[in-house]
Design a binder for this molecule. Structure first.
Ligand code: G3I
Length: 562
């Protein structure tokens, strides 16, 4: 068998999913270069949490925990020289192929990906409650490959990045990252995906436990707490800003979540279901190229329930997002929507961009008039290394694609909808300067209304630095500001809940001060409802625990308004 598994007590579970013998060579992973996710590496706050501190939200039933010696820890290594238990994800297939660029001449070839989340996955139930270190090597025409962990807490599925690697087709790039799997997680899968949909060659995958291995049985079901007597943030802040959260299908379909949203928030953003990947319809687009070549077909089925929820409950909606490098299928950028052919030229891509923006805005305006008050027109266009990100939008159109996107958005947006540029790490100096450089001409043309500061922070981020940046956007561009994706990760202190609560309180106080000084801050959106649903679940960055208990973070936010 092409995997080495050191796991006396647990090997049977793993072997149930595998076939073949055991490779003899010992494997070490400590020489692997760490190439963090472009976003994760820059966002100090979003760096995968490496501390193993116990957390209340992540604590399971202690009786379900069995301590084993280090030698019992499961250790998975795949070099693909024979069989593999890594399976295709979604419609993608994962098969072992000859590859002379791979370490042993063999690689896992992942193809047939039609959405960015398609790839290959590994059942990782065995790692519940443990911190794991995952590493792997990849080559791909996609500009990056991501390794993500998925699990359910209280029936809600959450997707958390472990690491990402910048890739090219010619040689393998290595990466690794750590993640503490919550002990109340179920249906745990580690998987390989990418921002785009090209094929991926994979080699030398390993998953090992950091520290002592503890075996956790399936968690006993958590129960939601009663949230009905919590003070209402939207009421406390009604004079200052809209208070928002992001929603997904599970949130609106689960009364405990949806009631909390209705009680607490005056704005919602669809977490994933208004992104290009969710709206673009390839089957329809290729069914009639004469009709769709310049105007890709769209389909709102994924977003409809969330839009209904917002409209029916009188909650305003931020639309996220029109033009982005991620969660945008590659086929959009090719002639005839055929990724085996040539990239579309500038003229065709400008038409597609204009028509996509037009179709999405016209459809929402016709079906949900007045619901959307803000659009993230362009998202994350600045590269972490500086300058414009070399995305497929950039490659096909050139570096005025940001300008053009706003020009089209202004042309088709209803007069009362505000247009935003949205980015993470927007408080950092270099990113700030790049954003200002690219957005200044857009502002001068009158085609943008605001800057979205995503604000994936942690309790170490300097609030002074952050608020200087906010002031600068306002003073230099004359634009409105929205905080669009706030979450504040903990650091490893024992009293992290209180530290996080104080940070939320101080942050909101500074925001109120900024508003009082004349900076037009109009909305503060928190990126997720509970720590069990966050994309940074092991950093526990939100206002409510997984069972919806209010955290000091919530109290801090409420206190700042009083
Ligand atoms: O893998 C699932 C698949 O099983 C499922 O059937 C399918 C349909 O729902 O979705 C799949 O994809 C996952 C997706 O979330 C859920 O729609 C992806 O694997 C996963 O990577 C994706 O993560 C999202 C991430 O954006 C993608 O970049 C997070 O939920 C979302 O919170 C996050 O949000 C972004 C903002 O849009 C932009 N700023 C950064 C922020 C955090 O990354």
């Amino acid at each position: 068998m092409n995997k080495r598994i050191i796991a006396a007590a647990v090997s049977l579970i793993l072997l149930a999913g595998c076939a073949g013998g055991t490779k003899d060579t010992a494997v070490t992973t400590n020489t692997v270069n760490t190439v963090q996710d472009a976003q994760v590496s820059e966002t100090e706050a979003a760096a995968p949490e490496t501390e193993t501190a116990e957390t209340e939200a992540a604590e399971g039933d202690a009786s379900a925990e069995t301590s084993l010696s280090d030698s019992d820890a499961p250790y998975i290594y795949e070099d693909f020289t024979s069989d593999t238990a890594i399976m295709g994800r979604g419609p993608a297939t994962a098969e072992i192929v000859d590859d002379d660029k791979a370490s042993d001449g063999k690689a896992l070839y992942i193809s047939g990906r039609t959405d960015a989340w398609n790839g290959a996955q590994y059942d990782s139930e065995i790692f519940r409650g443990n911190e794991i270190e995952v590493s792997g090597s990849f080559r791909s025409g996609n500009s990056n490959v991501k390794v993500t962990i998925q699990f359910d807490i209280l029936g809600n599925t959450t997707y958390n990045p472990i690491f990402a690697v910048k890739t090219n087709e010619d040689s393998y790039s290595k990466g690794s990252g750590k993640f503490k799997v919550p002990d109340n997680a179920e249906n745990i899968l580690v998987y390989i995906e990418s921002d785009n949909t090209g094929d991926i060659y994979t080699d030398d995958i390993s998953v090992k436990v950091v520290g002592e291995y503890k075996k956790f049985d399936k968690p006993a079901g958590l129960a939601y707490v009663d949230t009905s007597d919590y003070p209402s943030l939207k009421e406390l802040y009604s004079e200052q800003f809209l208070i928002g959260t992001c929603i997904n299908p599970k949130v609106i379909a689960t009364p405990e979540y949806s009631e909390l949203v209705k009680a607490q928030f005056s704005s919602v953003t669809c977490e994933n279901d208004m992104k290009p990947e969710s709206l673009l319809d390839r089957t329809e687009s290729i069914s009639d190229l004469d009709k769709y070549q310049e105007s890709p077909a769209i389909n709102f089925d994924r977003a409809r329930d969330e839009l209904d929820f917002a409209r029916d409950n009188g909650i305003k909606l931020r639309a996220h997002t029109l033009v982005w490098h991620s969660q945008t299928p590659d086929w959009l950028f090719y002639k005839d929507y055929d990724t085996s052919g040539e990239l579309a030229d500038r003229e065709l891509m400008l038409k597609r961009m204009e028509n996509y923006i037009k179709s999405v805005m016209e459809w929402t305006n016709e079906n949900y008039p007045g619901l959307i008050y803000a659009w993230d027109v362009v998202n994350e266009a600045i590269d972490d290394g500086g300058g414009i990100r070399k995305s497929l939008w950039y490659e096909t159109i050139g570096d005025d694609y940001i300008y053009k996107a706003f020009e089209f958005a202004r042309k088709y947006a209803p007069a009362d909808a505000k247009l935003f540029y949205n980015d993470y790490n927007s408080y950092m100096l270099k990113k700030q300067s790049d954003i200002l450089e690219y957005i200044r001409p857009v502002a001068e043309a009158g085609n943008i209304d605001g800057i979205g500061m995503q604000s994936h922070l942690n309790t170490d981020v300097s609030l002074s630095l952050y608020f200087i940046a906010m002031k600068r956007y306002y003073e230099e561009l004359g634009l409105e500001i929205q905080v669009t994706e706030l979450d504040i990760g903990r650091k490893g202190q024992d009293n992290w809940r209180d530290v996080q609560g104080e940070y939320y309180r101080d942050y909101m106080k500074r925001l109120i001060e900024a508003k009082n000084e004349g900076i037009p801050v109009t909305c503060v959106t928190v990126w997720g409802l509970s720590d069990g649903m966050s994309w940074r679940a092991n950093e526990l960055p939100l206002l409510f625990d997984a069972d919806l208990s209010r955290k000091p973070a919530f109290d801090g936010m409420a206190e700042a308004a009083e």
